[in-house]
Write a protein that binds this ligand. Structure first.
Ligand code: NAP
Ligand code: 8YV
Length: 324
């Protein structure tokens, strides 16, 4: 701990990973935010805060309440809870935690796909409920991964890690982004709906936010078709959840596997009741190994900013900002 950084006040906002709290406490002057939020901090403390390690909403009011704020270091690669454009306009650097979680989240996505298509959670329940002994073998699944064609909505860092796994498993892979990815041989579709019509397995890995809001809508699900499987490992906001419930209920698509929801942790009763929905409580990156790597990156960005005036993983909106 240098004399310089130990004097710097860093706010811990939201339910911080314990390793973030420990390291921030060791390397900086940590300010815990209580139930009262920023408003409960005294003015001198608010004015002293130069950085924030967050797992919480950061809006204009948050930024304006902290006049000396230089950096928001957010836990997670998705930063739709941070108003990064506003931060940029106030010269506040924003960082996230890309790459260190990509392989873990891709593993989860593939597990969720297999569980959804091969009904493994339901087969396990069959065994645990004693039905294997009582009723015999679990019924053969109507769906298979064999011969499937996956369409990845969002071929970024995680999307690419999923694509590589699916390719190794013998699936055909296509993708839709706003722009084609250079150096990638997978077939590119300029339209999400056209891609949905061309594939039978749609995997959403796009960030949340206005640009992707309810992009997977009734028309896209209809295009996916009656053997269609939809997997969402990105953000719940990218799907029209009501349209998805209707498509699953009516057999417009076959099944869905969801790790993310529009209003977490509130999952609609209608989804809970559907046997063809395989549901996970947002566990894409949830291993001790990966969460610790994410926690380290949150603090490494703060250390780098206050030691050298640069960060390791800025979000695009603030990538050009310099320390004043
Ligand atoms: P990334 O590398 O930035 O990839 C995002 C991809 O989405 C890019 O290829 C981007 O391509 C595409 N995209 C963005 N907006 C789009 C739009 N409006 N239309 C079409 N394509 C669009 O991000 P990542 O590291 O792979 O992470 C992706 C997301 O996964 C995160 O933002 C987060 O929300 C989610 N996530 C979930 C979990 C979990 O636990 N379930 C864990 C980690 C991350 P273009 O810019 O060319 O369009
Ligand atoms: C985490 C995520 O669950 O990185 C992301 O965008 O969605 C997940 O890794 C989240 O950030 C914190 O709970």
């Amino acid at each position: 701990m240098t004399a310089k950084t130990s004097d710097i006040a860093i706010l811990l906002a939201g339910k911080s990973h314990p390793h973030v709290s420990v390291r921030v406490g060791r390397e900086f002057r940590a300010i815990e935010i209580g139930k009262g939020g920023i408003a409960a901090l005294d003015e001198a403390t608010r004015r002293a805060i130069r950085g924030a390690a967050v797992m919480a909403r950061v809006d204009a009011a948050f930024v304006d309440a902290l006049p000396a704020l230089e950096i928001v270091s957010s836990f997670g690669v998705g930063y739709d809870h941070v108003d990064a454009a506003y931060c940029a306009s106030r010269n506040v650097m924003v960082t996230n935690t890309p790459d260190v979680l990509s392989e873990e989240v891709a593993d989860t996505a593939v597990g969720l796909l297999i569980n959804t298509v091969r009904e493994l959670p339901r087969a396990e329940k069959w065994l645990r409920d004693g039905r294997w002994k009582k009723d015999g073998a679990y019924p053969l699944t109507a769906a298979t991964l064999r011969g499937r064609h996956a369409g990845i909505f969002g071929l970024g860092r995680i999307g690419l890690a999923i694509a590589r796994r699916l390719e190794a498993m013998g699936l055909a892979v296509s993708y839709h982004n706003r722009r084609p990815v250079e150096g990638v041989a997978y077939h590119y579709h300029a339209s999400l709906k056209d891609m949905a019509a061309a594939v039978d397995t749609l995997i959403s890995v796009v960030p949340g936010g206005a640009a992707t809001d309810r992009a997977v809508n009734a028309g896209v699900l209809e295009a996916l078709g009656s053997d269609g499987v939809f997997i969402n490992i990105g953000r719940g906001s990218a799907v029209d959840e009501q349209a998805l419930i209707e498509a699953l209920s009516a057999g417009t698509i076959r099944a869905a596997g969801l790790d993310v929801f529009a209003d977490e942790p509130n999952v609609p009763e209608a989804l809970l009741a559907l046997p063809n929905a395989c549901l996970l409580p947002h566990v894409g990156s949830s291993t001790q190994h990966t969460r610790r790597a994410m926690a380290n990156l949150v603090v490494d960005n703060l250390v780098s900013w206050f030691d050298r005036g640069t960060v390791l993983t800025p979000v695009p909106e603030t990538a050009g900002l310099k320390q004043e």
